[in-house]
Ligand binder design. Structure first.
Ligand SMILES: *[C@@H]1O[C@H](CO)[C@@H](O)[C@H](O)[C@H]1NC(C)=O
Length: 105
């Protein structure tokens, strides 16, 4: 009986150990190197860890109004950032700090 329990415990832990990537940030969908947060009702950029190398960040149709200078800390590999249909008044230079590879905005 104890052995069966142990096996069940190990099986329960296994998916967590086997997962190669960080979970997808916030309510977004992740597909390869693309983060799709379109229409996710976001008021702020969800935090991510650098381990997941997104190259495309799609925030179309959210409620982003201000973007803190720290927001992109977890997205140093982003090359494309889509901010259409949000509540941004202006994108300040400092708002994009940390996006080292950004080429398309
Ligand atoms: C992103 O997610 C939305 C909502 O689920 C979906 O309609 C859209 O097709 C997705 N875009 C891409 C490029 O996967």
């Amino acid at each position: 009986m104890a052995r069966v329990l142990l096996v069940l415990l190990l099986l329960g832990l296994a998916p967590g150990l086997a997962r190669p990537l960080e979970p997808c940030p916030g309510p977004c969908r992740c597909r390869g190197r693309r983060l799709n947060c379109s229409g996710a009702g976001l008021a702020r950029v969800p935090s991510a860890t650098r381990q997941r190398p997104f190259s495309v960040l799609d925030f179309t149709g959210n409620a982003l109004a201000v973007i803190s200078p720290q927001a992109w800390k977890g997205y140093p590999w982003a090359e494309k950032l889509v901010l259409q249909d949000n509540r941004l008044q202006a994108v300040k230079r400092r708002s994009l700090e940390g996006l080292l590879l950004l080429r398309h905005l």
